[in-house]
Ligand binder design. Structure first.
Ligand SMILES: [Zn+2]
Length: 390
């Protein structure tokens, strides 16, 4: 970005100051806290200009300057600027988190939901959790400047409709963003849980500072979120990263997407448990299987190894195309740790082009079950409109 010529009249001066303040506010929105030198680098503004802008914004109460990082002064958006809200609908739950504009999570609440809960029922539950969270902070909706929301489903980037396949049948065909926006009285940004996972890990987790990475969600559903060149990559219709529907066996089991032998039919939590059912009985959970494998159960260990290998084939394909430097493994199956990731790495190395995988790291995601709700907060931070005083 280039600095605008400041040799205009007084009206232009005010417009320029507003534009520069907006630029500074936007980089703080996405980074949380920065030194003045970092702000100058990110905005392309001259250090002296940044200094003046920060002084004005401090006087207006929009930013606070603190001494948090050793002796370097860091700048953050002031808590009074507003709050952002992340809402995550999972397979069986809804979680609401409230953050200030400096990326600090101030309140978080979770409730269980039935799988068949209607979209309207889920939204009503989310609204009541949000009210509880705002009450915790002695705040109300007037303080909220952005809302992000996650659904474990593909979301059409243009119509906002929840697409099939979805593991939330009550939401398919609904315009989730429009329903949420109407309920909360402001534009609500919506994305799927794999995209939110990568946003969260990029902002708070194991992917901070990594510009080309993927987050794998391995649970009841299987998907990937992609950050490319530092930005979430959604594709034309928001469907990028549907790695769970990679064809692994053209004549395999029919998938909920209508295709056959998709990765998800082989490695989703339910598929893993089904494979063990004839020998280890019904009612097992993924944590049970992981524990049994660690206790020396050969069948459980074998199934987790094979799951890692199958995922590895799809990840190798992903690496050949996008050449990421980091793959983070999240979702329910991630608790298997090295039981799953060691065979995954081996297959990625075997099947991927050496130059596409040579500098690749495959690591556990850091944020666990909180990833989607934190990602929804990240989405809200990106979308929030900050009211500036000038
Ligand atoms: Zn499929």
């Amino acid at each position: 970005m280039e600095e605008v010529d400041e040799s205009f009249g007084p009206g232009s001066q005010a417009a320029l100051r507003d534009a520069n303040q907006q630029r500074v506010a936007r980089v703080l929105q996405s980074s949380g806290e920065l030194t003045q030198a970092e702000i100058a680098r990110s905005t392309g503004l001259a250090p002296a200009t940044v200094s003046n802008i920060i002084r004005d914004m401090t006087n207006d109460g929009v930013v606070v300057v603190s001494e948090l990082r050793g002796r370097r002064r860091v700048v953050r958006l002031a808590p009074s600027v507003g709050l952002v809200v992340g809402i995550d609908f999972g397979h069986r739950h809804v979680t609401v988190a409230v953050s200030d504009m400096a990326h600090e999570i101030r309140a978080e609440h979770r409730a269980e939901l039935g799988v068949e809960t209607s979209a309207a029922g889920g939204i009503a539950r989310a609204a009541s959790l949000l009210q509880t969270a705002l009450n915790d902070l002695d705040a109300d909706m007037s303080a909220v400047v952005g809302i992000g929301m996650g659904l474990p489903a593909p979301i059409d980037g243009h119509s906002g409709e929840v697409g099939a396949p979805s593991i939330l049948p009550g939401w398919v065909g609904m315009d989730a963003a429009a329903m949420m926006s109407e309920r909360f009285g402001m534009r609500v940004a919506v994305d799927n849980d794999a995209n939110l996972g990568v946003l969260a890990e990029h902002m708070w987790g194991a992917g901070v500072g990594v510009d080309n990475m993927a987050y794998l969600k391995l649970s009841d559903g299987v998907g990937a979120g992609l950050v490319l060149n530092g930005k979430l990559f959604r594709g034309r219709d928001g469907t990028a990263g549907e790695i769970g529907h990679t064809t692994m066996d053209e004549f395999g089991a029919v998938c909920r997407c209508g295709n056959r032998g998709c990765l998800e039919t082989i490695v989703a939590s339910g598929a893993v448990l089904e494979l063990l059912e004839p020998r280890r009985g019904r009612g097992l959970t993924i944590p049970d299987v992981v524990q049994m494998a660690r206790d020396g159960d050969k069948a459980c260990e074998r199934i987790l190894t094979d799951t890692g290998r199958h995922v590895g084939v799809a990840v190798a394909n992903l690496c050949n195309i996008f050449n990421p430097e980091l793959i983070l493994v999240g979702g329910e199956l991630a608790i298997a740790g090295e039981l799953l990731m060691a065979p995954m790495r081996e297959v990625v190395r075997r099947c991927g082009i050496p130059s596409a995988t040579a500098n690749l790291q495959i690591l556990p995601a850091a944020l666990g079950a909180r990833a989607p709700v934190l990602g929804a907060v990240a989405l809200a931070l990106q979308a929030a409109q900050i009211p500036l005083n000038s």
